[in-house]
Design a protein around this ligand. Sequence first.
Ligand code: KG4
Ligand code: ZN
Length: 340
Amino acid sequence: MSSQNIYILGIESSCDDTAASIIHNGKILSNVIASQKIHEEFGGVVPELASRAHQQNIVPVVDQAIKKANISKDMLSAIAFTRGPGLIGSLLVGTSFAKSLAFGLDIPLIDVNHMQAHILAHFIEEDGYSIPPFPFLAMTISGGHTQIVKVNSHFNMKVIGETIDDAVGEAYDKSGKILGLGYPAGPKIDKHAQLGNPKAFRFTKPKVEGLNFSFSGFKTAVLYFIQREVKANSNFISENLNDICASIQYTIIGILIDKLKLAAKQTGINHIAIGGGVSANSGIRQALKDGEQKFGWTTYVPKFEFTTDNAAMIAMVGYLKFLNNNFAENNVMASARLKI
Ligand code: KG4
Ligand code: ZN
């Protein structure tokens, strides 16, 4: 089968990025993203604005992905799209578009679970990046997700831990909002953190049983701490920004690493892959590297463009499902709460 010329168009529209990508026999030919700037002024994603922006972006983004791949649309073997989870209005735009294009071209349609795609992004062939062997543990950390998944094979995955409230990216973004850093705040906190003392201020870690996470109490702890300090010194934030960011980052990374340690112990699996926007974080990358020495882990971080929300990962899953003849019915519906 893989000796054939298989071209898959992947479409991603689950949150605030409209993205399209072409994969050819497992190799990405194009990966186009239109990020929606409109949400910055609101300090977070506004669902209604996101779906409208998807409607404006989807045709030019798909067109560009096909042009950049240097193919024509009649060469496509199938169309893969994100069915869920995500914002329903956003998902509907990608789903309807994918359905109509597949119908128009008379080619199969492939539905993709966004959370599986973050994990299967590790299987994109890319020089200098190795592919984790089964079974491995995957931790997906972003503005919308915080999950640890035991990956037995491409399509046999089990969620063994997840957040019971906010995602880790939200903990970054909400802490950053309190500090006046704007949205998204993760990269800014990361930058300041590298210049500060991680032990300057102490935030207690939430006590959550097993492999689940909780970040809403942490954000409240940051809020109360800042309110108290600013009352005593109105310049507290500007005078201590690097140390505050370093302390926030130190606590968040501690929470993530504690859970990974427990997951590795419980499953006996030492191959650990991470994905999602927060995996760009310098502190988590360093902590994983340290884990290789300290705990005997082998760790995997995909290329940056395949780790934040993107369509290359959707196209990759589309390719794997195509090889398995795993196609969607024409009446497939978007599903906001789709599970792995
Ligand atoms: O995967 P992503 O682009 O979109 C989804 O949320 O699905 O992730 C965005 C999240 C935001 O919360 C952003 O603040 C966070 O990833 N982020 C970071 C860093 N870069 C992005 N958080 C911490 N450190 C970073 N360097
Ligand atoms: Zn995502």
